[in-house]
Design a protein around this ligand. Structure first.
Ligand code: GLY
Ligand code: MN
Ligand code: MN
Length: 462
């Protein structure tokens, strides 16, 4: 799709690396219950970023020293053509993305063996699929259990620098994914009525992604038990008075993602107690977008949002004491035990497979081990072109409330008697996708999914 860009990206990567070869194993088909019955194919995101070929069974190699690029893969046989139809040759695929050399997969082993004989450094990213691990084991003669130790930190860091700043063509693709996300979420809002089964709505919105030839960017979370952060159980029948939390997004045919969350009242009208909590989460969500700009760390934005949450809960009588001290101590994490957001791009949690410590943190901004803050996937200083999610939440998790209460956790900041009365509340999360611009930030997507109480009630009662 962005064919001329791949060569530029490979050159940019080469310029950041000292010596040797870089291997990018593409993904293979993944069997579901027998070899020919496969899950929908998903290419590796870094392979897509540098080689752009959305076919299984390919390996890209970048020679840092000679400046040459290689694509290894096998042309289809007549049997394949009979079952799958005609497919482009490996040579044509290589040429389409300006890769100068192509060869059958069988040549890859010899090529890498020769580089190893010359003691050339061979760089690879952390593998996450077991068949890829077996392939690397065979190529590099490193046991699967040892592969992690030998991944190239130099390569991880170079890839993170490049993939973190989105090019205009990538932002356009993410906006397309957001537009599909808009349709998914507004449809879920319209269908959210007492008596409807969660799995029906989840199925309809997953079908919307499929109808664009795309797919979900992750398994849809849709539940009236939104206090379970990643609830993939869609077995409930919606009940009046509950809140339905939907966290879902699309991945375009070119594999760029969206990730949105909305929480709406089953039946279309918030109760006054729901409105009170909901409006605090809206304030958190809005605060993040006001605060996010180049130069600001996302960790500071997260902490400021937590203060908005704690202040709102204090005003309602659920928290008490000094808000800054409560947040510094981590008391608010009873209600928001996750981070404010993450990078997003070709992966919904962009580059998470490369190691969160390298994607979300750096020498200046270090991760925390405090409960809640430890789950912040992205903390470092923002740059123009970053795409991140803004996803505050407020949850009442009965088991966590019971545990903290029994352990007398943060009794100076938490009013357990009041909190106890919210144990049947559920949870609220609101999530939008945000581009960091030259002087601030903006939401991605042509249309903003209804967010405020009035906007949500209005679409649900049309
Ligand atoms: N879909 C999980 C998340 O919002 O990060
Ligand atoms: Mn999400
Ligand atoms: Mn998210």
């Amino acid at each position: 799709m962005f064919n001329a860009n791949y060569q530029k990206r490979r050159e940019a990567l080469r310029s950041k690396m000292a010596h040797g070869l870089i291997i990018f194993p593409g993904n293979n088909e993944a069997p579901c219950n027998y070899p020919d019955n496969t899950y929908k194919f998903r290419q590796d995101s870094s392979f897509l970023y540098f080689f752009g070929i959305n076919q299984p069974g390919m390996t890209g190699v970048i020679d840092i020293d000679s400046g040459e690029d290689y694509l290894f893969g096998d042309d289809v046989t007549m049997d394949d053509i009979i079952w799958m139809g005609p497919q482009p040759s490996v040579k044509d695929m290589a040429a389409s993305v300006h890769v100068g050399h192509s060869a059958p997969t069988g040549e890859l082993k010899k090529f890498i063996a020769e580089a190893r004989r010359q003691n050339r450094p061979i760089h690879y990213l952390p593998p996450y699929r077991h068949d890829t691990m077996l392939c690397l084991e065979e190529l590099l003669d490193i046991r699967v259990a040892e592969l992690k130790k030998h991944v190239s930190l130099e390569l991880i860091k170079a890839v993170v620098v490049l993939r973190s700043v989105k090019e205009p063509c990538e932002i356009e693709e993410i906006e397309r994914a957001c537009d599909i996300g808009y349709e998914m979420h507004t449809t879920a809002m319209r269908l959210c009525k007492p008596g409807v089964k969660e799995q029906y709505i989840a199925g309809v919105i997953d079908g919307i992604a499929a109808s664009y030839g795309s797919m979900n960017s992750f398994a849809t979370i849709l539940s009236q038990n939104g206090e379970t952060l990643h609830n993939h159980n869609h077995g409930n029948i919606l009940e009046a008075g509950k809140l339905m939390l939907t966290d879902a997004g699309a991945e375009t045919v070119n594999n760029y993602c969206s990730d949105f969350t909305r929480t709406v009242p089953v039946g279309g009208r918030f109760t006054s107690r729901q409105k009170d909590i909901y409006n605090i989460v809206v304030a958190c969500h809005d605060h993040a977008i006001d605060f996010a700009r180049p130069g600001q760390t996302w960790k500071e934005v997260h902490i400021n949002v937590c203060k908005v949450l704690a202040q709102g809960l204090k005003d309602l009588g659920l928290m008490k004491g000094n808000v800054d001290e409560a947040v510094a101590a981590g008391a608010h994490a009873l209600f928001m035990p996750h981070g404010l957001g993450h990078m997003m791009g070709l992966d919904v949690h962009d580059m998470e497979g490369l190691g969160q410590i390298y994607v979300g943190y750096d020498d200046e901004t270090r991760p925390s081990d405090q409960f809640g803050l430890a789950s912040l996937r992205m903390g470092r200083r923002l740059q123009e072109g970053f795409v991140i999610t803004d996803e505050p939440g407020c949850y009442f998790i009965p088991a966590l409330i019971d545990k903290w209460r029994a352990e007398k956790m943060f009794t100076e900041f938490l009013n357990y008697d009041v909190i106890e009365t919210f144990k049947d509340f559920g949870g609220i999360r609101l999530e939008d996708d945000v581009l960091i611009t030259a002087d601030g930030s903006r939401f991605l997507g042509q249309k903003h999914i209804p967010l405020t109480v009035d906007e949500v009630e209005s679409i649900m009662n049309e």
